[in-house]
Design a protein around this ligand. Structure first.
Ligand SMILES: [Fe+2]
Length: 393
């Protein structure tokens, strides 16, 4: 084989190998594994990606009859052929993911979307409470060029569900739901960032707020969360669930803390609420981390069914239970969105398919929030967001 063709083939094998490791880490992070096990998984993933290129270039390239020495694949032993083929086969899911990203389209029910971006002031400042978590230092990752960790996108989306089979045949109605997720209080961004986000959320003047989990990464910062959530319920009622990062901590204490702010916890439960002149069945699921998916009545008198689910992985359950709208977080938009390729990592069994945005699955609409923060202070082409959903049905 020509030297340059050999280089190209080995580089493609490196990409394919990385794709398999990304799939491995995405799938394992969608499961109910403890933080220590997941740290181990990430180390294995890092080793698998970093060690493959030197091993491949030596074992398949420079060693006897290697591709870079004029050898050919047909002269390879079964082990070398298998290694190369396995790595190259990763190009299939990789290509599929890139094509899906490139041809993605918003569902027809999303009639309109507008957004405003903010650079939140105080990027370099630590706060006195922030010292608890980060020793008054801006994390190294946060200094990454073009990092958007200190920006905020306020999005408004108009969802129209009037064209689907009417549940009970009625005049069209509208509710305004402010959806935010994944605050992940770590100490960075500091308190000022969440105060800014709270101000923007209050300005949206929704009928209800919903929060879809991953409140904290540092339990000592529960007072930050309490301050934010108590302010919000002075504007509209709030309904919340917890996420996998809360599960890693003392989630009963976190849940109590949220309830004490006046928010209604609906993790593993459902309830029927009146919003304006509409009756809405609201349910919440923290599966697979805390509890199970709630059983909801098959047929009731509600006008709309909304499920809060930390992860979009509960999609099939939501569809079976005839929810009209499923609101999720967890995937953070992928946090890093590469040019052309799109997001690579999302802790979901669906990989990056539902990284962030509005989707339709059969009769159901899904809104996956990119969230406000994350355990790692890195966001590239993936601005943190809060969203006002104006739902007409
Ligand atoms: Fe999260």
């Amino acid at each position: 084989m020509n030297f340059y063709a050999g280089i190209a083939l080995l580089l493609l094998a490196c990409i394919g190998n990385s794709a398999w490791w990304a799939i491995f880490v995405n799938r394992t992070h969608s499961l109910r594994y403890h933080a220590d096990s997941l740290r181990y998984v990430r180390k294995v993933h890092d080793a698998g990606i970093l060690l493959f290129p030197p091993v491949a270039f030596w074992f398949l390239g420079w060693a006897d009859s290697g591709l870079l020495r004029g050898g050919s694949v047909t002269e390879f032993s079964a082990v070398r052929q298998g290694t190369l083929l396995l790595a190259l086969s990763g190009l299939v899911p990789f290509t599929w993911s890139v094509v899906r990203w490139q041809v993605r389209r918003a569902p027809v029910e999303l009639h309109k979307a507008t957004s405003v971006h903010f650079d939140v002031p105080g990027k370099e400042a630590g706060t006195s409470t922030g010292d608890l978590a980060q020793g008054n230092r801006v994390p190294l990752l946060a200094r990454f060029p073009k990092n958007e960790v200190h920006r905020l996108e306020v999005t408004r989306k108009w969802l129209c569900l009037t064209e689907r089979p009417a549940r009970h045949g009625h005049e069209s109605r509208k509710i305004k739901v402010a959806h935010f997720s994944d605050t992940h209080f770590t100490g960075y961004p500091g308190r000022h960032y969440f105060e800014f986000a709270t101000d923007r959320l209050c300005e949206l003047q929704p009928d209800i707020f919903v929060f879809t989990g991953d409140l904290l990464d540092n339990e000592a910062l529960l007072p930050w969360a309490s301050e934010m959530f108590s302010r919000l319920v002075t504007v509209a009622p709030g309904y919340s669930i917890l996420g996998n990062h809360d599960w890693h901590l003392n989630h009963s204490r976190i849940r109590r803390g949220l309830i004490e702010t006046g928010w209604v916890d609906i993790g593993g439960q459902h309830r029927t609420v009146s919003i304006g002149d509409a009756t809405v069945l609201l349910a919440g699921t923290e599966a697979p981390w805390i509890g199970t998916n709630p059983g909801v009545p098959e047929s009731a008198s509600e006008d709309l069914r909304i499920l809060l689910s930390h992860s979009p992985d509960q999609r099939d359950y939501a569809q079976r239970q005839q929810f009209d709208l499923m609101l999720c977080g967890h995937n953070h938009g992928g946090q890093v969105v590469l040019p052309v390729i799109g997001p690579v990592y999302a802790p979901s069994k669906y990989g990056v398919k539902y990284a962030g945005g509005t989707y339709r699955y059969r009769q159901m609409l899904m809104h996956v929030s990119r969230g406000l923060s994350g355990q790692e202070a890195l966001r590239l082409n993936c601005c943190p967001e809060v969203t006002l959903l104006e739902v007409e049905f």
